[in-house]
Design a protein around this ligand. Structure first.
Ligand code: ADP
Length: 332
């Protein structure tokens, strides 16, 4: 059982490991370079920066980048999320209390309600909202000016966003999974902050199991840190790191329980596919969006799962990884 407060401590540690400047932010060279230009130009013009849309799977650094944007612009940051904004009034309350130049981070922006979304269009473009007062024939709308602000929207997939909203962002950055070498850099930085001694092979071992995701890398590092503490190790080597990580549900290729569940269902229940995404999601007892935006991108990148017009298929590497024999007629 997790001790009370353990989750809060995990959150605190995660916050402590967040890079605070663009220079400290590992990898994502293109996005970083482009963003740096956008921010620098805004600074030189003495204006607030253009609205920024960040897309990519969870844990790749979208929230961290929004904090960095605010810090680099020397502006306060307000954090909210699509699911928290169910009514246009919720958004109006946030927008009307922004100060000039403030950065508003909206996580999961694709999950905002329709009326709120429409209010956001106008706010992004004209820094104005129309507040409707009253109902029916007596309803009137009161225009309200809002100070210029920078919206940073985050979404697991830019494709989930309606075109008119997507078009209102001046800059869109897509975050990619990190290479093992980049994750090693993230881990080295975190180990320094946590005052933890690991040898190079241990860093490499954790990096390959981190599913291309800094959040997972940091989480695994904390588990290795617990292991070292309990076992009284001064320095962690690859053997100790892999022994520690074997206890958690990440395999040698970095796949977690959901990833393996998807592959397992694909191979054993549907003979390797093709099978439709929603059928596959039902088979693993998950939301379609979770399978599509959390598990699938990594499985595709790893060459384990393929997307075809007729549905998802297991690639030869998937059968091999699960230790299963593909049927003779299996695709691939
Ligand atoms: P997202 O918002 O995309 O889900 P976060 O920004 O919350 O992801 O990042 C999760 C964690 O991963 C953060 O605590 C941060 O320490 C770490 N992290 C993310 N990206 C990087 C990076 N490029 N360099 C170093 N650490 C990173």
């Amino acid at each position: 059982m997790v001790a009370p407060g353990a989750e809060a401590e995990e959150r605190e540690l995660e916050a402590a490991l967040r890079p605070r400047t663009l220079d400290d932010f590992v990898g994502q060279h293109r996005v970083r370079e482009q963003l740096s230009l956008v921010l620098e130009a805004a600074r030189l013009r003495g204006k607030t920066a253009d609205h920024v849309l960040l897309s990519g799977p969870p844990g790749l650094g979208k929230t961290t980048l929004s904090m960095i944007i605010a810090a680099e612009m020397n502006a306060p940051l307000r954090i909210s999320s699509g699911p928290a904004i169910q009514h246009a009034g919720d958004l109006a309350a946030i927008l009307s209390s922004l100060t000039e130049g403030e950065v508003l981070f909206l996580d999961e922006i694709h999950r905002m309600s329709r009326p709120a979304e429409e209010m956001l269009y106008m706010a992004m473009e004209d820094f104005r909202v129309d507040i409707v007062v009253g109902k029916g024939a007596g309803a009137t709308s009161i225009p309200l000016e809002i100070p210029p602000f920078t919206l940073v929207g985050a979404t697991t997939r830019a494709g989930l966003l309606p075109g008119p909203l997507r078009d209102r962002f001046g800059f869109t950055g897509h975050l990619e999974f990190y290479s093992s070498a980049e994750l090693e850099l993230v881990l080295r930085r975190s180990a320094l902050l946590l005052d933890l001694a690991l040898n190079s092979a241990a860093f490499a071992e954790i990096a390959t199991r981190s599913r291309g995701t800094p959040r997972i890398a940091n989480r695994l590092l904390r588990r290795v840190r617990d292991w070292a503490l309990v076992k009284g190790l001064d320095q962690v080597d690859a053997r100790a790191a892999s022994a520690a990580l074997d206890m958690y549900e990440v395999d040698a290729r970095g796949l977690d329980r959901l990833d393996r569940g998807v592959l397992q269902a694909l191979c054993t229940k549907f003979g390797g596919g093709p099978v439709g995404l929603s059928t596959l999601a039902i088979a693993v007892g998950e939301e379609v969006e979770t399978v599509e935006t959390v598990a699938e991108p990594y499985l595709v990148r790893e060459g384990l799962l393929g997307r075809t017009p007729r549905g998802r298929i297991a690639m030869p590497a998937a059968w091999e990884h699960l230790g299963l024999q593909p049927p003779p007629e299996a695709p691939g």
